[in-house]
Design a protein around this ligand. Structure first.
Ligand code: ADP
Length: 306
């Protein structure tokens, strides 16, 4: 397997202006996988998603959605009497507002079984997770996931991590910082967004943010900063990569996720970090020019689940 993403896929309801809601499926780690897949060659192996779902019909629909997209779903845990998380997107004062129902979602149990984690990670060349993956887990599950990632890394997998800081999902900020630092320590690639890090951790500038993640243990740090330059710290060299001006910004939802997808696919294909940042910015530019976190990409049509 080229790339395994681990996290929560939710039911997304959007539209609603005329009383009709459109059903979709999304979640930060799935969005990143979706865009990474567009930049990877099917012949180099499948991509997969790991989470926990219920045994209800909406969980089945998520699995069907993944299967149709050519994303391997075979390792996903199914927990009876639990259901997927849900969010609804409304238009409010010209902006998109999100309301979530995810406190008891099945995905919170994704790390309950150490053997299921090991089986999912087996043979993965790269494993991607985010701070949201960590935030939704109980403390024991989080520790189990980090142990499994450590073992996978010792077995040769590369770990990629977007801290995606969302304090609302954490019970306390100290726990949040500790978990994010622990994940950074076992990450080969960290992909923070500067606005989150400045707001919640207090980094003065993207270079300070990059240095902090490198000090925590991340070998390669890529700091996104909206329309500002991407800051890359790799092999002790700091590089700023200017982001080409966007032709059109329609909806910035999914900018960071799609950047990560383009970046990770390029790194898996052998690009340098600076080349990969260019690929990430190009992917994000396409996504912010359209509505929604997941947009159709023509390259994905020839994917088959391996
Ligand atoms: P997040 O969605 O995590 O907050 P950012 O807003 O930092 O992420 O954006 C991620 C990437 O998306 C940026 O590095 C850049 O490549 C692209 N991007 C975001 N906003 C713009 C913009 N206004 N113009 C051009 N590119 C953008």
């Amino acid at each position: 397997m080229q790339l395994l993403a681990i996290g929560e896929c939710m039911i997304e309801m959007s539209g609603g202006e005329d009383g009709c809601w459109r059903l979709g499926f999304a979640g930060d780690t799935l969005n990143t996988l979706w865009y990474a897949r567009a930049g990877l060659h099917p012949a180099d192996g499948p991509v997969g998603y790991f989470t926990a779902l219920g045994t209800d019909s909406f969980s089945d629909r998520i699995v069907d959605f993944l299967d149709e997209a050519g994303i391997a779903s075979g390792a996903i845990r199914r927990i009876p009497n639990r259901r997927p998380g849900l969010y609804m997107i409304e238009q409010k004062d010209g902006d998109r507002a999100f309301t979530y129902w995810r406190d008891t979602s099945a995905a919170r149990g994704l790390a309950d079984d150490a053997e299921a984690l090991r089986a999912a990670m087996r043979d993965a060349r790269m494993i991607y997770l985010s701070g949201i993956t960590l935030a939704i887990l109980p403390a024991e599950g989080r520790a189990r996931l980090l142990d499994a990632l450590r073992a996978a890394r010792e077995g040769g997998a590369r770990i990629a991590f977007d801290p995606n800081i969302r304090p609302a999902l954490w019970l306390d900020e100290v726990e949040m910082r500790d978990a994010i630092t622990a994940a950074a320590a076992i990450s080969d690639i960290a992909l923070p967004s500067f606005d989150d890090e400045a707001r919640w951790i207090g980094d003065a500038d993207p270079a300070a943010c990059a240095r902090r993640y490198a000090a925590a243990g991340s070998g390669e740090v890529v700091v996104k900063d909206g329309a500002g330059p991407v800051t890359i710290l790799s092999e002790h060299a700091m590089t700023d990569m200017p982001v080409p001006p966007a032709a059109k910004v329609v909806d910035a939802t999914g900018a960071g996720d799609s950047f990560n997808g383009g970046y990770l696919a390029a790194r898996l294909n052998g690009s340098t970090p600076v080349e990969a940042a260019r690929a990430g910015a190009a992917m994000a530019a396409r996504v912010i020019a359209a509505h929604g976190a997941i947009i159709d990409l023509p390259e994905t049509s020839d994917w088959q689940t391996g």
